[in-house]
Design a protein around this ligand. Sequence first.
Ligand SMILES: [Zn+2]
Length: 203
Amino acid sequence: MNRLLDGYRRFREETWPAQRDRFMALAEQGQRPETMLIACSDSRVDPQMIFSAAPGELFVVRNVANLVPPYMPDANLHGTSAAVEFGVRVLQVRQLVVMGHALCGGIRALLEGVPPAAGDFVAGWIGIAERARAVALRCDAPDAQQQAGEHEAVRISLANLMTFPWVAEAVAEGRLTLRGAHFGVATGRLMLLDPATDSFVPA
Ligand SMILES: [Zn+2]
């Protein structure tokens, strides 16, 4: 906790005075982010840092392997779907980015098996990307399989987003754009999914 509180004190002494006006305006006027980010919970992949974003700019949901389940309005507790609903229907974000990343433990679990200690929820959750497993295993080298799985998981999340009727409607009416991305932890490089070629190209 000391490490956290040291960081908090630096925030209060350095960041807060410089950003106070922005925070006060956001408090008074509410948030109006134009971009929603769906990223992995991985501690190395911080969307706000990667995009040099200020408070109020990014509406973010992070989960294991940056997955979006298909549209299933039932009695189960859908945290990611709730965030998508809030971002798209209430905040009316203009773009929604699904950002995968290199060395993703969730995708590794999909390819190599879920750690025994993560059987209650992780196994079912990463099953959303089950189709990515078959795609990844077409590659020979383990590194290539891992990256192919990460890329395919982004495509699956984007396809699942389109099963949400109000996402599909917003996209069809030009009010919302969906984008795929992939961040290289060791390189600091962002790749974007090119809709024309369905491949990832440097941003
Ligand atoms: Zn990950």
